[in-house]
Design a protein around this ligand. Sequence first.
Ligand SMILES: NC(=O)c1ccc[n+]([C@@H]2O[C@H](COP(=O)([O-])OP(=O)(O)OC[C@H]3O[C@@H](n4cnc5c(N)ncnc54)[C@H](OP(=O)(O)O)[C@@H]3O)[C@@H](O)[C@H]2O)c1
Length: 249
Amino acid sequence: MKVAIIGAGVSGRAIARELSRRGVDARTYSRSSGFDVTQAGTAARIPAVDAVVEATGTVAMGGRAAGEFFTASTRTAAAVARASGARHVLLSILHCDAPAVRGFGYYAAKAAQERVARQESENLTIVRTTQWFEFARQTLARSRIGPLAFVPAMLVQPIAVDTVARVIADVATGARTGPLHEIAGPEVMTLRALVGRLPAPVDGEHLLRVPVPLPGRFGRAFRTGALIAAADTEILGPTLAEWLATQAD
Ligand SMILES: NC(=O)c1ccc[n+]([C@@H]2O[C@H](COP(=O)([O-])OP(=O)(O)OC[C@H]3O[C@@H](n4cnc5c(N)ncnc54)[C@H](OP(=O)(O)O)[C@@H]3O)[C@@H](O)[C@H]2O)c1
């Protein structure tokens, strides 16, 4: 079985590891290896596969730039899937289309990506997840200015990226079916608390972690639990303590 993973970041690499562990021929494609989803005709560079996993990401937070990126990414992934008659597995964010966050740039872009994927891919599964434990490190890396890193006030219900990778691998190999899977970790906490439990120093440097409340109605939504799992969301471990124990290995 062959699976193409578009995106080779935190999730793309974890998905490739999990699929390879299962004996699947899994290859990653991303910008740094010369595969750019925003370039016309890129899809033709991926040979026939049984499934294409879309795990691209952008640091653009503005709705317009992020929207253009994610819809281009999905059009490319859908073209790969159509050319092979393959399954298209899209990695997305739990509640990205919820009324409380509707209009927030990055989430609106993910919601638009989901809509385009539904239009363009006949054999589509969307896997929506809460923020990952690894999101804490990504937040510090992306928000840092010199020795400071800014941590937005938000309630999260984090899940391990390796758990996400197992679910995606199940879908890619046909062990899970259906158009949508929504998954979350077992515990609710503030992002600040999660960041505070990361072993220091992060990435070899001591960063001063500065909490910042996000302004406006989106900030309030993030602070008051708009991203927390609903009652019918599938809850999957490990807990933060269990995950931290694996990081110490
Ligand atoms: N982080 C979370 O907690 C979380 C939670 C739920 C869902 N998600 C979603 O999961 C997805 C993946 O997130 P991630 O954190 O794994 O991403 P990431 O670590 O930021 O990696 C993004 C990947 O996308 C690739 N990429 C960027 N622009 C590209 C382009 N023009 N053409 C081809 N590849 C391109 C990058 O390639 P290069 O490195 O080669 O440039 C990189 O491999 C995102 O859509 C995100 O919204 C994330």
